[in-house]
Design a protein around this ligand. Structure first.
Ligand code: C2E
Ligand code: MG
Ligand code: MG
Length: 660
């Protein structure tokens, strides 16, 4: 098909670009990719391409007629002007797009904004005033002739492209690989198109090359469906990880809220997967009313994360953002948390059923409160701090939660650098004079955190799965101490070693303990194992079996912390203990109230009836000792006699050997 005087090949090139650009625009709208700043910038670029290719087509068709008709010539001039007006925006749009994709925009400095806006405005003024000034181009008769202004426009475009490339390489390591490659491809194709057109002016391939480059971007960067949670329509966990890492690499400030359903597993089980999903969708829908969907992540079952940017809130950076103001609304983290909390205090109605969902939020700001992304990931995965339940955890709570990571690091260090030390606390006969035994208690001396106590590190050690190794370490120390003969020389009957209930899950546990002790060839009756009273009833039979096997080897057993647990008394006492250690809280309670006294006396009475020996721990005063004497218990342990001390101190101060 040919038209008289029309340059077909050019028209084909422009039409191809136009068709591609229109399709891209349609796809974006069909897939509702129109809300994120990045999406919007993409639409600006595509829009500019549509206008440019259409104006070029119109001009090509008008061209044969401009010499015949003054009207045609005027329309031609208007379209050509329109072409230039839009064309100068393309390169700045590329830069803006690149910065949105890479998050560089969040780091924009005022002067950069002012610089970009001034240059773009200046070139626009140059173009818009061209009908009067003819600086950019003019018509020599009917011939379009370039002037120096066009050269300037070219240079400006090249500067913007270079700026984009420099940015890309400067932040190369911080940008995720897919985005990096796509942007590189994008600029590669655009620059190739420009070069070809520059060298062979007849091949009008610039717009076509841009259209192709946009297609690449559409497939890779714009299409983030794979990062979306299918049901809730918000981003998924990998997307969150990418965003966190990206923000860290780019040094972007942000605020984060982790919103978790309490007792998720129970809620899930009682309501079934289908209703649970409906609830998640409802919750996500509610969050979307507070904040744009692309700030929301579905992290886990019943766990959403919201990330808001706090860097953009500065005054004075508004010039460029006026365009995208709507997409940059400010968020106040505390207000957001409050609104969420209020909503969840209310019920949810799904299919005529009412639900009340208990949630807790953890609110943090990076890098002020939490200084690295690993800590954030840890906070997202860790349990809420113990103590009084709160609806919003922040500030100090974060520190408490993070302390555990620090402790875990200290534990690793401690194991590598043998900073764990076994301390001994003496246990006396009821007269308070004669030494009966000792309890081995662990200490961790950390060079960073200082002294760490077992109440803090034992649960962490258990979580890390290292409790076996650590308790073996204690047992070996105790065996070595017994082997030295010093305890027996000091008339000590036994040394107690605490065991963690977790260890009873190991089938080979009994043989392992026995194996360790046998190496030292010491009397097994001198090793007394303590396990706490809070025995889970599920595995009671297993524990019972293991205890009796250990007893058969000759070891002794104590039930530790009696009176703190909730376990079934008859079940607990079905274990074959030699000694029951009454917890310090029972002793201390006796001094506080009559009821407490009744509890202590009856506890002691009951244990005696069962023919077990009794240790009371936590004896801090003479009065307590005298009270216990009256109540006729067997052994005493507490600060009144001595705190846990090092082995050398124990030998020196307690056993009384002054020179070793
Ligand atoms: P536990 O076995 O009940 O140990 C007694 C705790 O009470 C010790 O705390 C001891 O220092 C403290 N205590 C003793 N007398 C008094 C007193 O008069 N006043 C006060 N206020 N406290 C007193 P510690 O050493 O901090 O140990 C805490 C817990 O950590 C232990 O409780 C034990 O369950 C666990 N633990 C300690 N070492 C080990 C170990 O090697 N392995 C295992 N699995 N657990 C251990
Ligand atoms: Mg103990
Ligand atoms: Mg105890």
């Amino acid at each position: 098909m040919t038209f008289e005087g029309v340059n077909d090949t050019r028209v084909y090139m422009y039409s191809a670009a136009l068709i591609i650009a229109v399709s891209l625009m349609m796809h974006s709208f069909i897939q509702k990719r129109t809300d994120k700043r990045q999406n919007v910038t993409f639409l600006y670029m595509v829009g500019a391409l549509i206008i440019n290719s259409s104006t070029e087509i119109v001009c090509e068709f008008l061209h044969p007629h401009i010499s015949d008709s003054a009207a045609a010539f005027n329309v031609y001039k208007v379209f050509q002007l329109l072409y230039f007006v839009v064309h100068v925006l393309l390169a700045p749009f590329f830069l803006l797009y690149e910065m949105s994709v890479t998050d560089l925009i969040k780091k924009l400095k005022n002067y950069t904004v002012v610089f970009v806006v001034s240059i773009v405005s200046a070139t626009e003024i140059l173009v818009l005033t061209n009908p009067i000034t003819n600086f950019v181009y003019y018509y020599d008769g009917y011939d379009f002739t370039r002037n120096w202004g066009e050269g300037i426009i070219y240079i400006v475009a090249v500067v913007f492209l270079l700026l984009s490339l420099v940015n890309l390489f400067y932040y190369w390591r911080a940008i995720n690989p897919i985005k990096k490659m796509s942007l590189l491809y994008f600029f590669g194709v655009v620059i190739l198109g420009l070069l070809i057109q520059l060298l062979f002016p007849e091949v009008r391939c610039e717009l076509f090359a841009e259209a192709i480059a946009f297609v690449g971007v559409m497939i890779t960067i714009e299409n983030d469906d794979i990062m979306k949670d299918y049901e809730t329509g918000v981003y998924d966990r990998p997307a969150l990880m990418t965003e966190l890492k990206n923000n860290e690499a780019m040094n972007v400030r942000f605020g984060l809220i982790s919103l978790r359903l309490k007792d998720v597993d129970t809620v899930f089980k009682t309501n079934g997967p289908e209703n649970f999903n409906k609830l998640s969708v409802e919750a996500a829908e509610f969050l979307k009313t507070l904040i744009q969907r692309y700030y929301i992540y579905h992290f886990d079952r019943g766990h959403f994360v919201i990330i808001v940017n706090t860097e953009m809130n500065d005054q004075g950076r508004q010039i460029v953002r006026k365009l995208a103001r709507k997409y940059e609304s400010k968020y106040n983290l505390s207000e957001l948390a409050k609104k969420i909390d209020e909503r969840f205090n209310d019920e949810w109605i799904i299919d005529d059923t009412r639900y009340l969902l208990g949630i807790a939020q953890v609110k943090m700001s990076y890098p002020d409160e939490v200084t690295n992304v690993n800590d954030i990931i840890y906070l997202l995965n860790t349990d809420l701090p113990e103590g009084k339940e709160k609806s919003i955890y922040e500030g100090e709570d974060l520190k408490k939660m993070l302390r555990k990571t620090e402790v875990k690091k200290a534990i690793t260090r401690g194991l590598e650098e043998s900073e764990f030390e076994v301390y001994y606390q003496p246990i006396y006969h009821i007269d308070g004079e004669k030494l009966y035994g000792a309890e081995a208690l662990l200490r961790l001396h950390d060079r960073q955190l200082g002294e760490i106590y077992p109440d803090e590190f034992i649960p962490a050690v258990e979580e890390m799965g290292l409790i076996d190794a650590l308790d073996d370490y204690v047992l070996k120390n105790v065996c070595a101490f017994i082997k030295s003969g010093i305890p027996a020389g000091g008339a000590m009957k036994s040394i107690s070693v605490n065991l963690s209930l977790l260890q009873f899950r190991n089938e080979d546990f009994v043989e392992r303990l026995n194996g360790i002790v046998e190496v030292y060839k010491i009397p097994k009756t001198m090793v007394n194992f303590e396990i706490t009273e809070t025995v889970g009833s599920d595995d009671m039979d297993d524990i019972k079996d293991m205890v009796s096997r250990l007893k058969n080897f000759g070891f002794h057993f104590s039930m530790d912390d009696y009176g703190t647990g909730y376990s079934n008394i008859s079940k607990s006492f079905s274990l074959d203990f030699d000694v029951v250690k009454i917890d310090k809280s029972i002793l201390w309670g006796a001094e506080k109230s009559e009821l407490g006294m009744t509890v202590l006396t009856n506890t002691i009475y009951m244990i005696k009836q069962l023919n077990k020996k009794i240790v009371v721990e936590g004896v801090e005063t003479k009065e307590q000792m005298e009270l216990l004497r009256k109540l006729d218990v067997d052994y005493l342990q507490g600060y009144y006699f001595s705190k846990p001390i090092t082995k050398d101190e124990f030998i020196h101060d307690i056993i009384g050997i002054k020179e070793l």
